[in-house]
Write a new protein. Structure first.
Length: 356
């Protein structure tokens, strides 16, 4: 592992990194198929440049598994099911494993009934939402997902945390162009960016979060003890409320202040997350080729917009991440020294055979 250091950090390639993560999970009791899914999600996030949801999470997930805070062999049960819906109890599973299962069921149902939805309760952290909504693209569908988690954000104008960063993701297939893939927190940044800044010992922009007294701060440690800022003020707050209703209230899990508090960057002993996922079958509206051709036309019109001074290119949601993935598949994934050292420590602690 020592000979991979570059000036900008440590560079690793996707496949060996995925093998390393998979072995780390199996070493703490996760079945092979589930371990491969979780590892794939983490490495995919890093490939797309979403480093906050990549292998920086590995040590935390392993710790949760070893301490009984995440169930390595859950019995994910169907609570309710209908022609166009399913409600799952995840039994404290990895949110990534539960999310994939929910999306697979949703896509299968949407092939018959046009639109299908899934709710998941009693899940744990599920990583980057684009991983799940992209599954719909691969099946010629539009995907949607939103989740909730322990409260870290107060209502707009308040000081008592009630909601989480409440991310949303939409995935839309295109033809010649790159798919449209929106994955965003309803706060200025996802909480993982502040956690990663704390891990690296870096400061954060002062518009990302407030300290416990409601004052802007550039200290990620104070931000994690305070609360994050809504994107667009009351508009982001409004989206956060809707996410809480869909992925908390509707699925029958805890929500708002009934959620156990967020006490650790990777979850507490009672960390819970709820999901709401959906798939829309495009072919029930029009032939998929016609739809993707129309999306391509929209993309051309957007990208040909006259640009304001200083803007080199009009970008679509997800375009930066698609390009980053293509680049990192060739050149490798950059890891910070903090994350690299965590992986080294894990390799020693778990006596792993895989190298990266």
């Amino acid at each position: 592992m020592e000979n991979m250091k570059k000036q900008e950090g440590y560079m690793v390639h996707a496949e060996p990194l995925k093998g390393f993560c998979t072995e780390a999970f199996t070493s703490v009791g996760v079945p092979d198929d589930s371990a491969a899914i979780i590892a794939d999600s983490l490495v995919e996030a890093d490939l797309r440049g979403v480093d906050t949801h990549g292998v920086t999470r590995l040590a935390g997930y392993v710790r949760m598994l070893r301490e009984g805070k995440m169930n390595p062999r859950p019995n994910i049960k169907v609570v309710k099911e209908g022609p166009a819906m399913v409600l799952l109890d995840a039994d404290n599973a990895s949110g990534i494993v539960a999310g994939v299962k929910a999306m697979e069921i949703t896509i299968k149902k949407a092939k018959e009934v046009t639109v299908s939805v899934a709710g998941v309760r009693n899940s744990t952290h599920c990583g980057a939402l684009a991983y799940f909504t992209e599954m719909a693209i691969e099946n010629g569908m539009v995907g949607f997902m939103t989740v909730m988690a322990p409260p870290t954000v107060p209502p707009y104008g308040g000081k008592t945390p009630v909601l989480s960063t409440s991310p949303w993701s939409f995935a839309i297939p295109a033809g010649q162009g790159l798919p449209i893939l929106l994955d965003m927190a309803t706060t200025v940044v996802a909480g993982g960016k502040i956690v990663l800044a704390a891990k690296k010992g870096e400061k954060i922009p002062r518009d990302w979060a407030l300290d416990k007294d409601g004052m802007p701060t550039d200290d990620p440690g104070k931000a994690l003890k305070g609360f994050f800022q809504w994107i667009g003020g009351p508009k982001g707050y409004g989206l956060g409320v809707v996410a809480e209703v869909l992925s908390g209230v509707l699925v029958g899990g805890p929500f708002g202040q009934s959620m156990p508090p967020f006490t650790h960057p990777y979850g507490s002993s009672q960390f819970m997350q709820g999901h709401f996922q959906a798939a829309l079958n495009i072919s029930h509206f029009m032939p998929l080729s016609e739809f993707t051709s129309r999306v391509d036309q929209l993309i051309r019109e957007l990208k040909s917009s006259e640009r304001i001074e200083g803007v080199e290119e009009i970008l679509l949601p997800g375009e930066i991440e698609w390009k980053k993935k293509a680049q990192r598949l060739k050149s490798g994934i950059p890891l910070s020294s903090a994350v690299w050292n965590e992986l080294k420590d894990l390799r020693t602690q778990l006596r792993l055979h895989h190298d990266i």
